[in-house]
Design a protein around this ligand. Structure first.
Ligand code: FRU
Length: 489
């Protein structure tokens, strides 16, 4: 223990001391949790010196949000994570009220650059303000730039906010010039995403606006990501205060806007817009380009509304989603679990069955599973097919497909919650080419449901006791299904 430690040293000392005390074994199998305390957004997702690095919004001292630090973990397969010491703590004038979300990018000289939002404390009768900061390091220790904040609101045209100005995502262009997209709240247009450029990473030039909510898709937009995928330009944002519309539920959302981008004129043209995830717990995703060319996305497997009411059963709170490979198909952003998950399959059972009254299938149960259920409704009069998972005599999670409407309901109201928060989501789930596929990843207290090979995804936490591990299948008329269930270990 150091005497008069800096805030960073204090966090690192605390982590070391807690690591020795924490009970082993109650964490999810492969979803990243913070070593101790609170976690929200993924930050600085990158591949550096042969490893994936994932930083995250972190408050080590309690399971509630507090002064934001950056936690840190590394992995070679995106599933088994090793903690590294806390990377950033709020300890300079530029970030005294918190080190908010941002990115990491390997520099041409071999160092790793972090870009993050520094939050400055409120003066009398004023709100905190936000500006963008840089820290550079070797992948474990980072030195904050004396030039911080390197981007202030005063460098932007009129109308942009100093209060809501956050979450820089940076990347190095093929021309050796850094780009940054960053979120702001414009006085007329609400959430807006700005583009800036820099030759060095320290002096940034405002280029223009990429897109804005204009009150249509939420108010403030948080955590932008902007990248090319196949021949499409993708903008991902996480809006606050959305109205329900199209396929979007109200509240905190995740939006992917697909289009084309003319960088010379900073002109982004929308082609389509869709939710990234339809579940109850998914927010602030970030992507990385893997060395093999895959674009991989990970999100905070939570939501600002539901996290307030979620039980605190562990000395850590919150999990990241399964990392997902994303791609474009038929004009949609698709996502599938990273193929590395197959290395965690320990045993497999397969069934072909005709389902009618509620049945379980031999060998199909558990809370750590990768299970694909394919429905073959052609020639069947079945309208409703229901999957109950995490089931015992008093609990279940219900996943019910209405084959006639092409819609699915995810319902965790009988999953053990005592809280009056959203527990159900409706999502389109059409039968395509004579089948509907449901791939479920279950890892103790979470379910991620990939519909039709990743066309739509429903991600949700479940508070259900782990002893509830039954799985049953029910159809209102005989329905042929195939099931392939892999136990994860
Ligand atoms: C999104 C967010 C970001 C911010 C961070 C603070 O979940 O609100 O906009 O940087 O969390 O922890």
């Amino acid at each position: 223990m150091s005497i008069n430690p800096t805030p960073l040293q204090r966090a690192r000392d605390y982590e070391r001391e807690q690591a020795e005390r924490l009970p082993a074994g109650d964490r999810p199998l492969y979803h990243l949790t913070p070593l101790v305390g609170w976690m929200n957004d993924p930050n600085g997702f990158c591949h550096y010196n042969g490893q994936y690095h994932l930083f995250f919004q972190y408050h080590p001292y309690s399971t509630a949000w507090g002064p934001m630090h950056w936690g840190h973990a590394v992995s070679t397969d995106l599933l088994h994570w090793t903690y590294l010491p806390c990377a950033l703590a709020p300890d300079t004038e530029a970030d005294a009220a918190g080190c908010f979300s941002g990115t990491a990018v390997p520099m041409p000289d071999g160092r790793l650059m972090l870009a993050y939002t520094g939050v400055q404390p409120a003066g009398t009768f004023r709100q905190t303000t936000q500006a963008q900061c840089i820290a550079v390091g070797d992948g474990t220790n980072f030195e904050k730039s004396p030039l911080n904040p390197v981007i202030r609101q005063s460098q932007l045209p009129d109308g942009f906010s100093a209060v809501d100005f956050r979450d820089p995502k940076i990347w190095l262009g093929d021309d050796g010039v850094y780009r940054m997209v960053v979120a702001n709240r414009h006085k007329d247009k609400a959430g807006t995403i700005l583009l800036l450029k820099s030759a060095t990473g320290f002096d940034w030039q405002y280029i223009g606006e990429i897109d804005a909510s204009c009150q249509a898709y939420g108010q403030m937009w948080e955590c932008p990501d902007f990248f090319t995928l196949d021949d499409t330009q993708v903008l991902i944002v996480s809006p606050q205060e959305m109205h329900a519309r199209e396929e979007f539920h109200p509240g905190y959302g995740t939006v992917a806007i697909l289009g084309t981008f003319d960088e010379a004129h900073c002109a982004f043209t929308r082609r389509s817009i869709q939710p990234v995830d339809h579940g109850l717990n998914f927010y602030a995703p970030q992507t990385v380009l893997a060395p093999d060319g895959r674009r991989i996305m990970i999100g905070w497997m939570d939501n600002w509304e539901t996290c307030k009411e979620a039980p605190r059963r562990h000395p850590w709170y919150a999990q990241m989603s399964t990392p997902r490979e994303i791609f474009i198909k038929n004009g949609r952003l698709m996502q599938v679990p990273v193929r590395e998950i197959e290395s965690m399959w320990t045993s497999t059972v397969s069934h072909e069955a005709v389902i009618s009254t509620e049945t379980s299938l031999p060998g199909v149960s558990g809370r750590m599973m990768d299970m694909t259920v394919t429905l073959h409704p052609d020639g069947s009069t079945c309208r409703r097919f229901t999957l109950h998972v995490a089931k015992d005599s008093s609990h279940f999670i219900k996943i019910q497909a209405d084959l006639a409407r092409g819609e699915l309901v995810f319902d965790r109201s009988r999953g053990g919650s005592r809280r009056d928060i959203a527990h159900t989501r409706h999502v389109l789930a059409p039968v395509e080419n004579g089948r509907l596929t449901l791939r479920l990843l279950m890892d103790k207290e979470s379910i991620e449901l990939f519909i039709n090979d990743g066309e739509r995804v429903v991600t949700s936490l479940i508070p259900t006791p782990l002893s509830a591990d039954g799985i049953t299948f029910t159809a209102d008329a005989p329905l042929p299904v195939t099931v392939e269930a892999h136990t994860l270990g």
